[in-house]
Write a protein that binds this ligand. Structure first.
Ligand code: UGA
Length: 448
């Protein structure tokens, strides 16, 4: 059994979840971050992100001393045979990923290693980064006049926000990109509980593993854009996109998953990774037309949702079509079970409604603080409410934007009592016309 310590550099989403879950698999983890305050809090069991089950798992593994947090990367790297790189790769202006933090960690590895090391890329990194990491480590070793052996592995992560712990501990597959058998064996040991549970392990080379991550996200994003485009057609031809998707999904080659029409995908992954794969391909002389169109469709879908609301409710001149109206908004985060506002459709839709003169009353169970920061220039136009029913008070329409569970069983009688001529925009197709319309509420879904 593999007994050595593992360092995980980065305590962002991927780094922290990987650290805590790998500790729970029985590994001994040192999680490294430069942020002293964050490290101190994590050592106390305080989790800086909202993620189901993570806090409990962290507390248990802290108590059992399988995980600790430090800012001392030198000590961590000296003690660990395996070093995971899980630092951020934010987008550059041209859509490419900025890998300077990844290479900085690689440089530290080269500086501090004192024997064989396995360096694992867990961050979503551009294809070819694994080779660059190896070059940088080589450079540092040369400077020191040392020639320790090491292997670089690409081990992309497929977890979803809000289900991160579950996705990590019960994945569809584990991808391990390395040509070294020794590194393969060590990686298998690290993931031993999954290996024993018959989770498929894909062993491949570095570049293939790196490509699998981008190809998977680009495919899922394109699948969403496909159904969103279909929803626009459905609206024009009296078809129902939910039923179309459901029936399409019964074909196991298609599958119904990630085939829900809505206000467009958001988050930190699909938008960033689709742009990144397009620019990587461009550099390689390949034009990824399908993915580019998917990105465009997604951008339009957010605008299309705003148009839908404005066209339905508005009158008068452009710029004041919703003057004097108040619109209630349920949900702000890019999806439920997260406080993440990055690329949320709310950031396109709310400003459009406000620019047409509407006042907004909004509620989100977790994302209101982040939303207020992202939408600070509209501070005067948005009132953040205490719950979903306060949102509905004295509004002209209600928009369901994010399908949090608590919005899936609304009391429409209460909506009817507090709204004048109630219009309900269900941008996630949680309800249907048959159940809402008989209560005297106008129902408008997506693609139906
Ligand atoms: C996504 C992938 O699902 C993960 O597998 C991947 O590991 C992760 O990116 C990443 O690269 O780190 P995430 O961004 O957390 O995960 O969120 P998803 O649950 O995939 O949702 C993304 C967006 O698509 C949301 O805005 C959601 O509302 C939207 N969506 C999803 C739809 O509009 N329709 C669907 O059918 C499914």
């Amino acid at each position: 059994m593999y007994k050595n310590k593992i360092s995980i550099v980065g305590t962002g989403y991927v780094g922290l979840v990987s650290g805590v879950c790998l500790a729970d698999f029985g590994n001994s983890i040192i999680n490294v971050d430069i942020d002293e305050e964050k490290v101190a809090k994590l050592n106390q069991g305080e989790v800086p992100i909202y993620e189901q089950g993570l806090k409990e798992l962290l507390e248990r593994n802290l108590k059992d001393e399988r995980i600790s947090f430090t800012t001392d990367s030198q000590e961590a790297m000296e003690e660990s045979e395996v070093i995971f790189i899980a630092v951020g790769t934010p987008p550059n202006d041209d859509g490419t990923a900025d890998i300077s933090s990844v290479l900085k960690v690689a440089r530290q590895v080269g500086k501090y290693m004192d024997g064989y090391r396995v360096v694992v890329n867990k961050s979503t990194v551009p294809i070819g980064t694994g080779r660059k990491v190896a070059e940088v480590i080589e450079e540092e070793l040369e400077k020191r006049g040392e020639n320790y052996n090491f292997d670089v592995v690409s081990n992309p992560e497929f977890l979803r926000e809000g289900r991160a712990v579950n996705d990590f501990t019960d994945p569809d597959r584990v991808v391990i990109g390395t040509e070294s058998e020794e590194a393969q064996e060590i990686m298998t040991e690290i993931y031993r509980p999954l290996f024993l549970d018959d989770v498929p392990f894909v062993f491949t080379n570095l570049e293939t593993a790196e490509t699998i991550k981008y190809a998977s996200n680009a495919f899922l994003a394109s699948k969403i854009s496909f159904i969103n485009e279909m929803s626009r057609l459905c609206e024009q031809v009296n078809a129902d996109v939910n039923e179309v998707a459901q029936a399409m999904g019964l074909d196991s080659r298609i599958s119904h998953r990630f085939l829900r029409a809505g206000p467009g995908y958001g988050g930190s992954c699909f938008p960033k990774d689709t742009r990144a794969i397009v620019s990587m391909a461009e550099e390689a002389g390949i034009d990824l037309e399908l993915i580019k169109t998917g990105i465009q469709v997604n951008r339009e879908q957010k605008e299309y949702m705003a148009d839908k609301i404005i066209n339905e409710l508005g009158s008068g001149e452009e710029g004041s079509q919703l003057a004097g109206m108040t619109i209630g908004v349920l949900g702000l985060s890019f999806k439920p079970e997260t406080d993440d506002m990055r690329e949320s459709p709310a950031l396109t839709i709310l400003p459009r409604l406000i620019k047409e003169g509407a006042a907004i009353q909004a509620f989100d169970p977790e994302a209101m603080k982040n939303a207020a920061e992202c939408l600070d220039e509209y501070e005067r136009d948005i009132v953040y409410c205490a719950n979903e029913y306060d949102v509905m008070k004295n509004v002209d329409a209600v928009v369901l934007l994010t399908e949090w569970n608590q919005f899936r069983r609304l009391d429409f009688e209460r909506l009817k009592r507090v709204v004048n001529q109630p219009v309900f925009f269900d941008l996630r197709n949680v309800y249907n016309e048959k159940e809402v319309a008989p209560r005297g509420i106008r129902y408008i879904g997506v693609g139906r």
